[in-house]
Ligand binder design. Structure first.
Ligand code: SF4
Length: 387
């Protein structure tokens, strides 16, 4: 089966006699999460009652915001977008706080990219920039980047890969790079500037980037993985970084892949881009961009699907969700479910519901569920029927 615990979408997971094989700790936690109970105002009810109550709330909403969606299959995301359109609502996912901007650079073809399979077979320099896969994507390095012996890289990490990390702190991945590759600690814009200077034969604030450039020149395929650290470090202006990738491609092929997000964030970004020209944060009533963080301030109803914003977003959002009519659709018991008016449990993607997801590199993956239970698409379709 496929684990939907993160955007690696590992396809080698086996569940036998109640035991989970091959998944990392994050994956096991995801697959074994405590199931949510259907409830209205924190009182347990049947799923039919919860669905009916949710339908009434969503139908009567004057200002609806739909949020989450990154852990559910594309088919359910499509229905949620349809619901947002039918209600003239705002729809957004975690990518507006996370790596959506990087996916947008790729969808708009501003940076060259590749698949993780190509990386596994060909990449020499593996540069993680503002990303710590050790925590966010636990099997990224063992399945796709640094450790595999595959394709043109049969001699493995000992000889055939060069690990580099740019970060503001000594992460677990940075420690590894410090030992066998190169770790650069510093401000992202200074590091970008140092790369440009090194290419001109001059020394910038971080002269050690020259070693990374030298390694890139040795190979015909290298990759940069951009994480949240880079996204926030660039403060919304990606032009210099895009310019750097263009320049690096004059010395060797260097591709870019975003790293470190929810299982199907890219699927949502692609669907939204096709439908609206925006990758996220869209208001169907005005046709303009607005993030969940802003929209929730004015909303009277929030439909949170496959996400736990109370756990991961700023406290004012949690306070607002507790004030308005919040409906949660989620497989597990979350902090947001605790403050919701109605909770509807669904199955974990890949376990009790199938469909497709899009991996971080754009590859479409088919989920093969092995048990039947309530899917997100079914719940959203029942809401659509009511409105
Ligand atoms: S790396 Fe991600 S997809 Fe793979 S097993 Fe771990 S949580 Fe699941």
């Amino acid at each position: 089966m496929i684990c939907t615990g993160c955007s690696c979408l590992c396809d080698d997971i086996v569940i036998r006699d109640g035991k989970i094989f091959h998944a990392c700790r994050k994956g096991v936690k995801h697959l074994r999460a405590e199931k949510a109970t259907p409830s209205i105002n924190s009182k347990p009810v049947s799923i039919e009652e919860a669905l009916k109550a949710a339908g009434k709330i969503v139908k009567n909403a004057n200002n609806l915001v739909i949020f989450g969606l990154d852990t559910i299959p594309c088919e359910a995301q499509e229905k949620a977008i349809e619901l947002a359109e039918a209600k003239n609502a705002v729809i957004d996912d975690c990518s507006s706080f996370c790596l959506g901007d990087f996916v947008e650079l790729i969808l708009k073809k501003k940076v060259p990219t590749a698949t993780l399979d190509e990386v596994r077979d060909k990449a020499y320099v593996i540069l993680y920039w503002g990303s710590n896969p050790h925590q966010s994507l636990p099997r990224h390095m063992s399945r796709f980047t640094y450790y595999p012996r595959s394709g043109k890289r049969q001699r493995g990490y000992e000889e055939d890969r060069y690990l580099a990390v740019v970060d503001v702190r000594m992460s677990e991945t940075a420690k590894l790079a410090k030992k066998g590759g190169r770790f650069v600690m510093g401000n992202d814009l200074d590091v970008i500037d140092s790369f440009f200077k090194a290419m001109e034969g001059k020394a910038g604030k971080h002269p050690e980037v020259a070693a990374i450039l030298k390694e890139m020149q040795k190979a015909d395929f290298n990759v940069i993985f951009g994480g949240l650290g880079l996204r926030y470090g660039l403060k919304g202006d990606y032009s210099r970084f895009v310019e750097l990738i263009e320049k690096l491609n004059e010395i060797s092929r260097v591709v870019f892949i975003p790293a470190g997000f929810h299982a199907n964030m890219r699927g949502f970004n692609e669907l939204m881009f096709k439908k609206t020209g925006f990758i996220n944060a869209y208001d169907f009533s005005s046709g303009e961009r607005i993030t969940f963080g802003e929209a929730v301030k004015h909303a009277d109803t929030a439909l949170v699907i496959g996400s736990d914003p109370v756990k991961s977003l700023p406290p004012y959002i949690a306070a607002r969700l507790a004030e308005i009519n919040t409906v949660v659709v989620n497989p597990s018991q979350s902090l947001t479910a605790r403050i919701a008016k109605v909770v509807i449990p669904t199955s974990i993607s890949g376990v009790g519901q199938g469909g497709t997801m899009v991996r971080s590199d754009g590859l479409t993956v088919e989920l093969e569920p092995f048990e039947e239970s309530v899917s997100d698409a079914e719940v959203i379709i029942s809401l659509l029927e009511v409105v």
